[in-house]
Design a protein around this ligand. Structure first.
Ligand code: SAM
Length: 285
């Protein structure tokens, strides 16, 4: 009955469902967004607290089941169901997002939420354990990666509880965890695409030095190409003997980061390095 391709693992433990809703601190005036309500075990608990709840469900059978579940209750008029793929629909305004997410869309789901405007207050989301640990990892942690740095640039992320497989029907292959995400307000004044471009270079081999990662020919070619575009857009001459590699290494040296490794660098380090590259005329996108 459950569609595995849609990650349909129903949360059957009501205490866990209540715990998730409680962690979100929903107020009586809040509009809540839920992704993938399934049969509505979280939804009914959200409806008790929120002014309005919008759910996005891709499976018409489950959407129908949820409609039936609230029919004839006072909560019925507080629920809006959007039938469709969360990654494709236009999201309405919301204050809080709560979801036992379909794990196969974890990463795009987080970034779609963080790109949404106006920004919301908080999101309490269930993920596969390892993904949750990546989201919350700090420099030096084994699971620290580009995802950790990217999400933590835009938000404060906390691990709030572990949830074992037996709390779901059918039980998934993996353990799960709930995280709480609070967007930074206002968002950091940095071009996210440039930021991500720099991190892609540094995290290709996160334990190699910055200098070693930048010495890759494909990366130098890209930077040189972008540098020349940047110069011509500004009507500047590209120096005849432009030595891209030397220029890149000079930027790394100027901030003392040639020998540093991404696995141990924090977001202040990345911001400092990005602005040194930008000041020197380099672009990553
Ligand atoms: N929230 C329910 C619960 O906790 O019992 C069900 C959670 S189940 C892990 C994931 C739900 O997301 C399923 O109902 C599935 O049909 C739905 N889903 C999967 N992919 C989706 C997508 N791209 N957009 C919207 N819903 C999706």
């Amino acid at each position: 009955i459950f569609d595995k391709t849609l990650g349909q693992h129903i949360l059957k433990n009501p205490l866990v469902a209540q715990g998730i809703v409680d962690k979100a601190g929903v107020k009586a005036t809040d509009i809540v967004l839920e992704v993938g309500p399934g049969t509505g075990n979280l939804t009914v608990k959200i409806l008790e607290k929120a002014k309005k709840t919008t759910v996005v469900e891709m499976d018409p059978r489950l959407a129908a089941e949820l409609t039936k579940r609230v029919q004839g209750t006072p909560e019925q008029r507080k629920l809006d169901i959007i039938l469709g793929d969360f990654l494709k629909v236009d999201l309405p305004y919301f204050d809080v997002c709560i979801s036992n997410t379909p794990y196969q869309i974890s990463s795009p789901l987080v970034f779609k939420l963080l790109a949404h405007r106006p920004l919301w207050r908080c999101a309490v989301l269930m993920f596969q354990r390892e993904f949750a640990l990546r989201l919350t990892a700090k420099p030096g942690d084994a699971l620290y990666c580009r995802l950790s740095a990217n999400v933590q640039l835009l938000a404060k992320v906390d691990h709030v509880m572990k949830v074992g497989r037996n709390n779901f029907r059918p039980p998934p292959q993996v353990e799960s965890s709930v995280v709480r995400i609070e967007p930074r307000q206002p968002p950091p004044p940095v071009d996210f695409n440039e930021w991500d471009g720099l991190l892609r270079v540094l995290f290709v081999r996160k334990n190699k030095t910055c200098a070693a990662n930048f010495k890759t020919q494909t990366i130098l070619d890209l930077l040189e190409h972008n540098y020349k575009t940047y110069c011509s857009l500004r009507g500047m001459d590209v120096p005849m003997e432009f030595d891209c590699k030397a220029a890149v290494l000079a930027v790394l040296d100027s901030v003392g980061m040639s020998e540093m490794r991404a696995s141990k660098m924090d977001n202040d380090d990345f911001l400092k390095l990005l602005s040194a590259f930008v000041d020197a005329g380099f672009r990553f996108t």
